[in-house]
Design a binder for this molecule. Structure first.
Ligand code: SF4
Ligand code: SF4
Length: 465
């Protein structure tokens, strides 16, 4: 029997998963055109390595590191066709970036996948190279390169591989659909990570709203018969359980120190979507050219779990496929409603880290006007990172960046729980997102100023003999 785990604080959010839960992921009709962002990972930028007019096959590398370094992953063509344009477009994080636009062309066909590779007999270096070459990133969040996570800093002692199947965001059921359909490959992905890192124990974490999947996961673990111990842990459904630091605490009782990576707590966490991609990169040599996502929301007449080529623009699919009711539509969110990004229009491409696209009505997005803080402390008692949101907000309002830093603003995971529970409807999370950006700029300009001052003092000293 699976054991239930949890972490302290957190909030219960409206789940709103009922419209897609239990629905299998359907492969969308192949789009006639894809818009593929050149940069879809956290790290050093890529550059396009194809030109307008080039014919490209499915699986071909079309963008790669602009300069050598570990924090890069390539990007691959997700359909076969002709490169029509390379131009700046709006991306799912609401920033502008270079994109490669490929149009399907019947004269170009075929795949250029890698040869299958036995993960259990190849070297660690070959395995990490395969994961990088497949362009795999964390598919549940910021797009951290998967191969970098699997090569923790020297001296780290890793005790657990953690599979993140918590999927705590509202509306999203894509991980659930992946676990339902491809659990054997996901378990193989876990076994590959255990083999690469030499770790003997893995924990598969899911919230208890997915308890019905436990027998399936346990059977796949038994059938896989991989070396080491893989066990399922059920967590209480509580937001933000899927955040890797919270999941580590819930499953192991360990805490990741402020500013540190999960490896500092002896853990490596991978989302189930990334584990599936890793399994497929070895077994069939397929790079990350498609992904599962949930399309839902009150303005979506046909909510679905889908699998779409990277670069798909949902608005290009036949109108009846999702039946978006534009007269009701108030907001489009890439990701879940708590941590996702509101985008200005529907012509934004699906990326490697797009877990869902939600078409929301006014009723689903309405937030009352902000009022004055009533010092109730609810934001403090609900913050799973044990921060003091009200005090951080006061510091930011006074532009006291160093005070905000000492209050731990950089540990804020921008989960939105404080905003949700604030009776004064203060947009705390939004302020912290901007505040972190401003703090980084403040620290950079302070460092530059101090460096210039030190250089001037040194020059003066040399001049005076
Ligand atoms: S302060 Fe940050 S981590 Fe804490 S509840 Fe608010 S958004 Fe989440
Ligand atoms: S929850 Fe809102 S009203 Fe209450 S202390 Fe925090 S910021 Fe103030």
């Amino acid at each position: 029997m699976a054991k239930k785990c949890t972490f302290k604080r957190g909030v219960h959010i409206p789940e709103r998963k009922e419209r897609t839960t239990g629905k299998p992921a359907e492969l969308v009709p192949t789009p006639k055109q894809v818009v593929i962002p050149v940069n879809q990972h956290l790290g050093a930028p890529n550059k396009a390595i194809v030109a307008v007019g080039d014919a490209v096959k499915r699986g071909q590398v079309i963008a790669d590191a602009a300069s050598p370094g570990p924090m890069t992953v390539p990007v691959h063509a997700s359909i076969a066709g002709i490169v029509k344009k390379i131009e700046v477009r709006t991306q799912s994080n609401n920033t502008e970036g270079p994109c490669i636009i490929i149009e399907e062309d019947p004269s170009v066909s075929g795949d250029v996948f890698m040869e299958p590779l036995d993960p259990f007999s190849c070297s660690k270096e070959e395995a990490l190279k395969r994961i990088r070459d497949a362009g795999i990133v964390g598919m549940g969040g910021a797009g951290f390169p998967a191969h970098v996570k699997l090569n923790p800093p020297p001296g780290s002692k890793i005790d657990y591989i953690i599979a993140d199947g918590a999927e705590c965001e509202g509306y999203l059921t894509t991980d659930e659909a992946a676990i339902s359909a491809k659990i054997d490959v996901i378990i193989k992905g876990i076994a590959i990570l255990m083999h690469i890192t030499g770790v003997k124990d893995a924990l598969f974490g899911m919230e208890d709203n997915k308890e019905f999947l436990v027998p399936k996961v346990e059977k796949a673990i038994t059938d896989g018969a991989y070396p080491g111990n893989i066990s399922v842990r059920l967590c209480k459904t509580l937001y933000p359980q899927g955040g890797e630091k919270l999941l580590i605490t819930a499953l192991t009782g360990r805490e990741v120190p402020s500013g540190a990576l999960p490896s500092a707590a002896g853990c490596i966490v991978q989302n189930v979507g990334s584990l599936l991609a890793i399994g497929e990169a070895f077994t069939i040599g397929r790079p990350l050219i498609k992904r599962g996502l949930t399309v839902s929301g009150g303005a979506c007449g046909h909510p679905r779990n889908i699998v779409a080529p990277i670069g798909t623009i949902l608005a290009d699919l036949p109108p009846e496929y999702f039946d978006i009711q534009y007269d009701k539509l108030a907001k489009i969110i890439f990701g879940g409603p708590m941590m996702g990004t509101s985008v200005p229009h529907a012509r934004i491409p699906v990326q490697k880290n797009t877990s869902g696209v939600n078409f929301l009505t006014l009723e689903e997005t309405y937030i009352d006007e902000e009022q004055y803080c009533i010092r109730c402390g609810r934001c403090i008692s609900n913050c799973s990172m044990r921060l003091f949101p009200v005090l951080m907000n006061n510091a930011l309002e006074a532009s006291a960046f160093e005070e905000a830093q000492s209050l731990g603003i950089m540990d804020c995971i921008e989960c939105g729980a404080c905003t949700l529970c604030c009776p004064a409807r203060i947009r705390l999370t939004q302020r912290f997102r901007v505040g972190k950006f401003n703090l980084r700029n403040y620290l950079a300009s302070k460092a530059a100023h101090e460096k210039a001052k030190a250089e001037a003092a040194k020059a003066l000293g040399e001049k005076n003999g």
